[in-house]
Design a protein around this ligand. Structure first.
Ligand code: CTP
Length: 414
């Protein structure tokens, strides 16, 4: 049975060529037995007539906040948007034009759609559609970033043929893709208490190993994956301890965040919390090496043309957690590989006694370090291997935390 069955979906259609695709989207949603309230911006009516949406949804279509109940001469209903806004399990804005996204970002309420969206507490999914220049404009990008930070989900835009016959990013995601994303969001919601009562430790970022008081060695980890995992664990109801090596990111609201610099500091913070935790998610890129000696004062270059540093191995935090964890506790480790993914990941699974190794190929630049998307293969302690499709790190984080939830529900790791 589809997760959309019986769900109230608010479909906002703003004015762009892609509005015709919203008709197919509506058809797919109703095919899965969702109850859809369509709200159009006045501009959208220039592209598709409201009658089409009315006929397909079997419900009134809202365009004007002062629509009259009972037709002309009927009583004026001044707040007809509140019922669909309150009842919505999900709001989809497709197409979401640059103008509508900008209004959403600023909280402007000058038409029925954006006014309604201000009252929506359900998740919002936007499918942007515009020409490439508008999509790539810093104003649009800043608005999208702001909306993302506020929890708005996005699908697309894809790259392809656009209205002005130019090719580039801005093409609205296909209706099937939008429905698939809507299902995933609702599935995530229906499991919103999957980790309730669980305490999860998440590590994130790349540790910094000092060479002297001003210099350090580190790595290219942005911390995005770890922070997204902390957020996903919170979304699923867990109590979260985020042990973060330096990143440029703000910690998700609601988690306890401890900032650390070095692998040794991270180790101490993780091990301190181990006994009280249900799961440890080692998303941090822990430096494998640190300088054997760290001088108290800055190393001056003087006349030297060489500086030899001896590095010593850092303790493997994940392996220590694996060795100490009790039955029922779950350990997730990450493997960033550039070759022989399966072989290396399986080796890590054993060496660290992890319950799950999340492996990705960091030689691919569009995924992995610093990127917004990732594509991973999961290696489970029981021998199962699961390949996940490429997706945004926030979405992947939710998929991973749902699996952690399931492992815990099955009695945790070995
Ligand atoms: N890890 C750790 N402590 C370390 C190093 C890594 O806990 N000192 C954790 C990371 O957080 C990650 C996993 O172990 O979850 C990565 O495994 P690791 O063996 O370090 O992989 P690589 O650094 O990729 O090592 P190599 O390339 O040598 O296989």
């Amino acid at each position: 049975m589809s997760v959309l069955k019986g769900k109230r979906v608010l479909l906002g259609v703003s004015g762009g060529i892609a509005a015709y695709k919203a008709v197919e989207l509506l058809r797919l949603l109703t095919k899965e037995d969702a109850v859809v309230d369509v709200i159009m911006t006045p501009t959208a009516t220039h592209f598709v007539g409201p009658e089409t949406f009315r006929a397909l949804s079997g419900r009134p279509v809202l365009i004007d906040l002062f629509d009259r109940a009972g037709g002309e001469g009927g009583s004026t209903v001044v707040i007809p948007h509140l019922e669909p806004a309150e009842a919505a399990d999900l709001a989809i804005v497709a197409p979401a034009t640059a103008n509508t996204l900008a209004k959403m970002a600023l909280g402007i309420a000058d038409n029925a759609l954006v006014t309604t969206l201000l009252s929506v507490t359900a998740p919002v999914l936007a499918a942007p559609a515009m020409d490439s220049d508008m999509w790539l404009h810093p104003a649009t990008q800043a608005n999208v970033e702001l909306l993302r930070q506020r929890g708005v989900h996005f699908v697309g835009p894809g790259t392809g043929q656009l209205a002005r016959r130019n090719v580039g990013p801005g093409r609205m995601a296909e209706p099937e893709e939008i429905v698939a994303k809507a299902r995933r969001i609702l599935q995530g919601r229906s499991q919103s208490q999957l980790l309730a009562g669980r305490r999860i430790v998440v590590t994130a970022g790349g540790t910094r190993e000092p060479l002297d008081p001003v210099r350090f060695i580190s790595n290219r980890s942005s911390g995005k994956m770890g922070f997204a995992l902390a957020q996903a664990a919170l979304d699923l109801g867990a109590e979260v301890d985020l042990i973060a090596a330096p990143t440029a990111l703000a910690p998700p609201r609601g988690c306890r965040c401890v900032e650390v610099e070095t692998a040794l500091q991270m180790r101490r913070e993780v091990l301190e919390r181990l006994d009280a935790s249900d799961a440890v998610i080692m998303a941090a890129a822990v430096a494998d090496w640190r300088a054997e000696e760290v001088p108290e004062h800055k190393v001056k270059k003087g006349d030297a043309d060489r500086w030899t540093i001896t590095l010593v191995k850092n303790p493997d935090i994940a392996a220590e957690v694996g060795a100490r964890k009790k039955s029922g506790q779950v350990l997730v480790a990450f493997a960033a590989e550039t070759e022989r993914l399966r072989e290396h990941a399986t080796e890590k699974l054993k060496k660290k006694r992890a319950d799950l190794v999340v492996a990705n190929d960091v030689s691919r630049t569009e995924i992995g370090f610093g990127a917004d998307e990732n594509q991973v293969t999961l290696f489970y302690a029981d021998g199962r291997i699961e390949e996940l499709p490429q997706m945004r790190k926030e979405e992947l984080a939710l998929e991973l935390m749902q699996r952690v939830g399931r492992l815990l529900a099955q009695g945790g790791g070995a």
